[in-house]
Design a protein around this ligand. Sequence first.
Ligand code: BYC
Length: 314
Amino acid sequence: MDNVVDVEKNFNSKLEKNDFVEPKDWMPENYRKHLIRQISQHAHSEIIGMLPEGNWISRAPSLRSKIVLLAKVQDEGGHGLYLYTAAETLGASRDELLGALHTGKAKYSSIFNYPTLTWADIGAVGWLVDGAAIMNQVMLQRTSYGPYSRAMIRICKEESFHQRQGYEIMCRLCFGTEEQKEMAQDALNRWWFPTMMMFGPPDKDSPNSEQAIKWRIKRETNDELRQKFVDRTVAQVEFLGLTIPDKNLKWNETKKGYDFSEPDWSEFYSVIKGNGPCNKERLEARNKAHSDGAWVREAAIAYAEKKKENILAA
Ligand code: BYC
């Protein structure tokens, strides 16, 4: 058997060479725990993220928009499944992970604790929230853990479609009537700062970033990604003829990027502690969906057992 020094050397050399760490490879216990935390939070975000958008499936303004939204929400469920499966390769069980979500022990993205009040919010979520998610996930395609990276490659392809779905809604509203444009501006006003919070606290207050970068789990920091997001989004806002609700937003020629205001971090910490506008509602809906779906899980297990019996009997 390889000794500890050898396996650790092998692990470090994989990181140096930008090779993937795979489930059967030796890895430090804290690397494994860090990944389970991040991947499972990500999976929870995907399935909780189905709720604010699912809220509008029955009220979408046309058959076309209903079909597109339905497809998007189903994709999010699929993303959750890839990610739970990736976390399972690290030895965490699905029941354990879902248990932590359902009891409120596990975190999921702060953004999904805000309500979707109008159809324009569905546009803003697709455009801004999926846009921010892609910004983060593009770097995660190059994360050091193989199963997470592969899940991300597929997820990113689907997220690009989601971002366009949102931007298309915003275009229709902004080039429609005056009232529609006002609705779009109102949605932008409410979603801008919560979207900025999605990237996590500033680097100086981010306890996990430094180690995550060393292990190449994260390839860019929270602040770097937030800056990239703002720089890319401003032109999209200008095209729509809308205004970003930040009076400090200004092009900075020296840094070749925009200066902008920090979100209210006390609001962020309050939301992730469970005190956002919709935390309670989201957890109740998730718990209900889980218990309502118990018969499906039981039926799937019974079917798999029967199939196994038939194979053994053949
Ligand atoms: N919300 O040290 P930090 C999506 C927590 S959804 C809640 O910087 P890290 C989508 C953080 O967990 C996108 N909690 O942490 C789905 C940590 O707490 P713990 C989801 C947050 O991990 C449907 C503490 O704050 N994407 O795609 O280095 C429809 C300190 O933070 C948040 C992912 O999950 C937050 N916003 O960096 C549409 C991507 N931010 O665990 C779209 C994968 C921070 O120590 N995750 N916290 O108790 C990541 O890249 C990183 O985990 C984060 C945070 C950038 C989110």
